[in-house]
Design a protein around this ligand. Structure first.
Ligand SMILES: *[C@@H]1O[C@H](CO)[C@@H](O)[C@H](O)[C@H]1NC(C)=O
Ligand SMILES: *[C@@H]1O[C@H](CO)[C@@H](O)[C@H](O)[C@H]1NC(C)=O
Ligand SMILES: *[C@@H]1O[C@H](CO)[C@@H](O)[C@H](O)[C@H]1NC(C)=O
Ligand SMILES: *[C@@H]1O[C@H](CO)[C@@H](O)[C@H](O)[C@H]1NC(C)=O
Ligand SMILES: *[C@@H]1O[C@H](CO)[C@@H](O)[C@H](O)[C@H]1NC(C)=O
Ligand SMILES: *[C@@H]1O[C@H](CO)[C@@H](O)[C@H](O)[C@H]1NC(C)=O
Ligand SMILES: *[C@@H]1O[C@H](CO)[C@@H](O)[C@H](O)[C@H]1NC(C)=O
Ligand SMILES: *[C@@H]1O[C@H](CO)[C@@H](O)[C@H](O)[C@H]1NC(C)=O
Length: 653
């Protein structure tokens, strides 16, 4: 016993001696010091003691920045470096590549710029590499293919250009690959088909071209696949039928050829399935109702026909069912409205049925706009016959329409603008599938979708306390309606004629600071009367920053008493900057008025037009504006359309 403890003491002593003698590779210490200088981290990482000292503040697993080392040999080597969300600026310094034993490098959520140097290929021990949410440019370097031990790679939300390097196909240990919103273009290289360990692939919002690749169907370990907002063409290959481990599948915005849902046959593990805007045609297979884990099903904006399968009443976990904008017909099987269901969207389908009175319960939202469903308690919120009106049925209203304008304070309470326009209240709290008519039946709104990544529950309006610049109407822009996918306003019972649609925007969620929080991009499309009038609208970019007003005006015709203004997300833009689920359409106010026909607009309205023009344009056009404002005043007794024409032309510059 005595001997045993003596031996123990000796061993401890020896260990202590050895550990005291351990030194960190001096080249790595020098390199780290240079990196600290380069990124101005001295306040966070004061390397007056050995960086591998286990008692240092930066050594703990939760520290940020964090430095951790491997001291098992005679020399310590830096293996972990994390500098996360500290807004470090500048490029990636060459000294970083001296840290040859790095296994885990996390530089996510900073404002690093410039290229990834090819020397990255020297860090061949790397297992976890995150460069996501930065401002990096240039090509994705093929040298990344040298990092064959990589398990996780992220370079999402950057500004890269050019195609993905074929060498990424060498990363056969890779389990997670995050490349969404990275800026890459061109075809997805065939070589990615070698990544047989891949479980997660997020690749949305990249300008990928060509067909949706067959080879993705060979990555049979995939659990989570997201590929929306690209230029890829359909169809969805039948090979995807082999991805039986999929839990989450999101594909969207496919062009060209139609897809069918046949490939889904064996994908019974799915909890989230979204195939929005994929030109899916044919019927919804009965077998989907047997997917016992399904919680979220989104098949909106496709060409599906036939009935909603009766098997849908067998879902036990389903919370969100989005089937809007298809050609589904027959009777709605009302038994699908289970107490679990949170949102049901069947809008814009020639579907009919009667809803049970108890379907209007708390926490459940339902959108039946543009259907023939008799919604009982909900019917006052719907607009019967809207689908027929939109499809050009000339008898879409029995009343003689008299209205020639409407104005909406989207996502806010009613207000009178400085120029005297009364904007209607649109502050109602919307659900994930909802529609309602304004109190005076002047217009209706339809909203569908939930914000993925956002666990705080759905919120379909945004607010700011900040002043909005480039306008005298700051209040108008302090609130806005937001939507994850589809936000649609309808003017109702309008006199037929020529109209001006004035859309007011200001980016109030995304920042334009020099922080990583300023790296977000919001992109969405605007359709008026079914025609896409803007693609990839980026409010912030067009207005020259956040919290700056942007007015876009369009001319259109009403020929069937309805005005249809549709804001639609096509899968593009960043998802999560500055916070989770920041994407999709945003609109602050809508003002629509008729311009043709006698007495349709007052003199005061014309004055206002002139003023708004002056306010909303950039300084480059100041001279033109000055003269045109003058011109507008001068011709104030002439017919309205000339003003509009001038204004619309100027806005295009
Ligand atoms: C770094 O630590 C040394 C010694 O503890 C101290 O003298 C020095 O002021 C520190 N530097 C910074 C920038 O905090
Ligand atoms: C860490 O701190 C402990 C207790 O304060 C001390 O005994 C040990 O020697 C320190 N280790 C190093 C490497 O400085
Ligand atoms: C790839 O890694 C090896 C070590 O595994 C290294 O010798 C070589 O220089 C690296 N190549 C590139 C292009 O970085
Ligand atoms: C589903 O699995 C069955 C049995 O393995 C197979 O015959 C069928 O082809 C699979 N379906 C698809 C679409 O891959
Ligand atoms: C919609 O489905 C019906 C059958 O229910 C079909 O006759 C019609 O052609 C379809 N319309 C479109 C536009 O696909
Ligand atoms: C409505 O009532 C029916 C039958 O009484 C019931 O089966 C169904 O679950 C109810 N729905 C909701 C949403 O409570
Ligand atoms: C990102 O880089 C671009 C130039 O490539 C620059 O205009 C922009 O301000 C940078 N973003 C931030 C947040 O610093
Ligand atoms: C509106 O209708 C007029 C004539 O009826 C036509 O000249 C004009 O192009 C139409 N405008 C739009 C935007 O469709």
């Amino acid at each position: 016993m005595e001997l045993w403890s003596a031996l123990c003491l000796l061993l401890l002593c020896a260990f202590h001696l050895v550990s005291a003698q351990i030194t960190t590779d001096p080249d790595e210490v020098t390199a780290l010091n240079k990196i600290v200088d380069h990124w101005n981290l001295v306040n966070h990482l004061n390397l007056t003691i050995d960086p591998c000292n286990q008692n240092a503040t930066w050594a703990s697993e939760t520290a940020n920045p964090r430095v951790a080392c491997d001291c098992t040999g005679s020399t310590c080597h830096i293996t972990h470096l994390k500098v996360y969300a500290l807004d470090i600026v500048g490029d990636i310094p060459r000294e970083l590549f001296e840290l040859k034993q790095l296994k885990d490098l996390n530089l996510g959520q900073n404002v690093l710029s410039g290229r990834i140097p090819p020397e990255i290929g020297q860090l061949s021990n790397m297992q976890y590499l995150s460069l996501g949410v930065n401002n990096l440019t240039g090509p994705v370097p093929p040298e990344l293919g040298n990092l064959t031990k990589l398990v996780e790679l992220s370079f999402s939300s950057n500004q890269f250009s050019g195609p993905l390097p074929l060498d990424l196909g060498k990363l056969t240990s890779l389990q997670q690959l995050y490349i969404d919103s990275s800026g890459v273009t061109g075809p997805m290289p065939q070589e990615l088909g070698n990544l047989k360990s891949l479980q997660t692939l997020w690749a949305s919002d990249n300008l990928f071209t060509g067909k949706l690749p067959e080879f993705l169907g060979t990555l049979t370990q995939l659990i989570d696949l997201r590929l929306e907002g690209t230029l890829l063409e359909g169809p969805i290959p039948i090979s995807f039928g082999a991805l039986t481990k999929l839990d989450i599948l999101r594909i969207g915005d496919l062009s060209k050829e139609d897809s069918s849902l046949e490939f889904l046959e064996n994908l019974t593990s799915l909890s989230m399935l979204s195939l929005r805007s994929c030109q899916v045609s044919g019927k919804i297979p009965e077998l989907i109702g047997k997917f016992a884990k399904l919680q979220y099903l989104d098949l909106r904006f496709n060409k599906l026909s036939g009935p909603i399968p009766d098997s849908f009443q067998e879902f036990t976990l389903l919370q969100f069912l989005y089937l809007g904008n298809n050609n589904l017909s027959g009777q709605l099987p009302t038994s699908i409205i289970s107490p679990k269901l949170i949102a049901l969207d069947v809008s814009f389908n020639p579907i009919s049925g009667n809803l049970p009175p108890n379907s209007s319960t708390d926490g459940f939202s339902m959108n039946v706009l543009g259907t023939s469903i008799n919604a009982n308690g909900l019917s006052d919120r719907g607009v019967p016959g809207l689908l027929h009106c939109l499809q050009g049925d000339t008898k879409c209203t029995n009343k003689l329409p008299e209205k020639s304008s409407f104005s909406i304070k989207c996502g806010g309470t009613s207000q009178k603008s400085v120029s005297g326009i009364e904007y209607d209240d649109d502050s109602e709290i919307l659900g994930a599938a909802s529609s309602y008519k304004s109190s005076r039946n002047q217009w209706a709104v339809s909203n569908t979708g939930n914000f993925i990544f956002n666990s705080n529950g759905p919120q379909y309006s945004a607010h700011t306390e900040s002043q909005i610049t480039e306008t005298l109407e700051s209040e108008l822009y302090k609130s806005a309606r937001i939507s994850p996918t589809s936000l649609r306003y309808y003017g109702l019972d309008l006199k037929n004629g020529k109209y001006v649609v004035e859309l007011h925007f200001a980016e109030i969620e995304m920042e334009d600071t020099h922080s990583w929080k300023g790296l977000g991009r919001r992109l969405f499309d605007v359709y008026i009367q079914g025609e896409r009038v803007v693609q990839d609208l980026n409010i912030q970019k067009e207005a020259g920053g956040s919290k700056r007003a942007l007015i876009k005006t369009f001319e259109t015709n009403v020929s069937n008493t309805i005005m249809d203004i549709h804001f639609l997300w096509a899968g593009k833009g960043t998802c999560c900057i500055p916070y989770q689920g920041t994407y999709g359409p945003l609109v602050s106010a809508i003002h629509v008025y008729e311009v043709s026909g006698a007495g349709s607009s007052s003199k005061s309205e014309r004055k206002r037009v002139g003023r708004i023009v002056g306010i909303s344009l950039g300084c480059a056009a100041v001279m033109i504006i000055m003269s045109s404002v003058f011109y507008l005043w001068w011709i104030k007794d002439e017919a309205e359309p000339r003003h509009i024409r001038i204004r619309t032309e100027m806005r295009k510059k």
